[in-house]
Design a protein around this ligand. Structure first.
Ligand code: CA
Length: 504
């Protein structure tokens, strides 16, 4: 009988660990495959795009249909596994920190992105990079960081051997330099000088473990247009160097694109059928995936490398049309599906069965215990803090296509928003997206609304979350409330932490 996530029960291995499904056959299959690797290295390449939408790639119904073909990513999806219910957090920093720590923003405390040199970051958290490094991995971060600019939150101080990229977010480096977006700054010497002297780093940087960051180059608009190209070359050099290494490696490659504002590399400018900088950037990112995979292939490392391709949140609609395509309701910043449901393509030749598509729940933070499992380092997961992530090794490698995760918890800052289990999304609060007093309501524009009665959406019948179904489905109410109750009770033993943000 097929597994039903609504009905099936989970197992909690310890008080600090999220309950998970146990599938004996799937787990045995994964264990056998891993054992058969017989001491070969297990490398990991995470490619994390910025603000790319669920629908942008051809394998999700976008690609050619929306003026930006993505043949490289589509091929990986065909020859690997396509996740249709892969979830980020509502915005950049919370997502990235959850991936790094296996913990929800309410635990690691980065509830929204720190901007323009604002203090606060990963400091004090235990990262997957740190634990992989302790397990013998070479750890490399490339591209966008955005998990704190303070020294102790910088990548080379939270587990990475080397970092080449920028510490903040794309728009901060360029928006005030562009006369189209900031004419009142560009055409004012005083304001330009004021921002030039503001205390945030305007350069992309390099750092090695424990060292100081060194500025590589100031990120002007022409420099920015070449960043993804330079960062790709840096990752390719890393992959080539690692071919001769005995140690396994973890490459965390975070692109600049497609966060607003997009200035594609001159080679890609106008290259998309859509002729729009956002779409040109999608073409460039797909090409970068092609380059990284080709480098793995020619260096003989493709069979030994798990590749996970995803995005850190849904489309940013306040900057439309410089934004992604998602078929879902609302956008980045919100807990509607448009804010948190992201592409997830998993490829590992010979290990992740080709041609799979699954709607099983996957949270990006699940990479934390999953990568540690693959590294044989599950025992290193800290026990002094709550881990919200679930080990999904058997889901990805076991070819059974059942997610080990039962519930997905949606948090809107410090407000609990919704629970998903199976096809159901039970919602207690959200951001409004129909405000009449704004022209372009994206996920950051609305107000937090707590519903008098809860709402229920069937994401199979109603993926756009337009028809609340609660009153016809009260038989589920107790199950949803128990799911939420179990989650919220974990906060009494493991209290929330606020580092940046926190207002619901
Ligand atoms: Ca983002």
């Amino acid at each position: 009988m097929a597994h039903d996530p609504v009905v099936a029960e989970t197992v909690r291995d310890a008080a600090h660990l999220e309950p998970h499904f146990v599938f004996d056959a799937q787990e045995a299959a994964a264990a056998a495959k891993l054992a058969a690797r017989d001491g070969k290295r297990t490398n990991v390449l995470v490619v994390l795009f910025d603000d790319v939408g669920w629908g942008d790639f051809g394998c999700y119904g976008g690609g050619v249909a929306v003026g930006a073909p993505t043949p490289n990513i589509d091929r990986l999806a065909r020859e690997g596994m396509l996740l249709t219910s892969c979830y980020s957090e509502p915005s950049c920093t919370p997502s990235r920190a959850s991936l790094m720590t296996g913990r929800l923003p309410m635990r690691h405390g980065l509830m929204r992105p720190p901007m323009y040199g604002e203090p606060g970051g990963l400091e004090g958290e235990v990262t997957v990079a740190e634990l992989l490094s302790a397990a013998g991995y070479v750890t490399q971060a490339v591209g966008k960081w955005h998990m704190g600019e303070n020294r102790h939150s910088q990548p080379q101080n939270v587990g990475f051997d080397d970092f080449y990229g920028f510490l903040s977010v794309s728009d901060m480096y360029t928006e005030w330099r562009d006369p189209y977006f900031f004419p009142e700054v560009v055409y004012s010497e005083e304001r330009t000088r004021w921002l030039e002297n503001a205390p945030f780093n305007k350069c992309f940087v390099h750092a090695t473990r424990g060292g100081d960051i060194e500025n590589v180059e100031e990120v002007t608009i022409p420099v920015l247009s070449e960043l993804d190209d330079k960062w790709c070359a840096y990752s390719q050099e890393f992959i080539i160097r690692m071919a001769g290494e005995e140690k396994p490696w973890f490459l965390y490659h975070c692109t600049r694109g497609t966060h607003f504002d997009n200035y594609p590399h001159p080679r890609f400018l106008g290259s998309s059928p859509a002729k729009h900088p956002y779409k040109d950037t999608i073409i460039e990112l797909d090409d970068i995936v092609g380059r990284l995979v080709a480098t793995l292939e020619v260096t003989g490392q493709l069979d030994d490398t798990l590749i996970f391709i995803t995005s850190d949140n849904g489309p940013e609609m306040e900057t439309w049309p410089d934004s992604a395509w998602s078929p879902f309701r609302s956008a980045k910043g919100s807990t509607w599906e448009g804010g948190q449901r992201v592409p997830g393509v998993v490829y590992w030749r010979g290990m992740v069965e080709a041609g799979q598509a699954s709607d099983g729940l996957f949270s990006l933070m699940d990479l934390f215990p999953t990568l540690l499992h693959l590294a044989g380092a599950s025992d290193a997961i800290p026990s002094d803090r709550y881990i919200d992530a679930v080990d999904q090794t058997s889901f990805l490698v076991g070819a059974g296509a059942d997610s080990n995760r039962k519930f997905l918890y949606y948090w809107l800052g410090s407000t609990f928003s919704a629970l998903r289990v199976g096809e159901w999304k039970f919602m207690l609060a959200s951001t409004s997206d129909d405000d009449r007093d704004v022209q372009n309501p994206g996920g950051f524009t609305g107000v937090t609304q707590k519903y008098t009665y809860s709402r229920l959406y069937n994401l199979y019948l109603d993926p756009l979350e337009q028809h609340s179904y609660m009153i016809r489905k009260l038989a589920y109410l107790d199950a949803f409330q128990q799911g939420i109750g179990g989650h919220l009770r974990t906060f009494s033993k493991y209290p929330p932490k606020v580092v940046v943000g926190g207002v619901g």
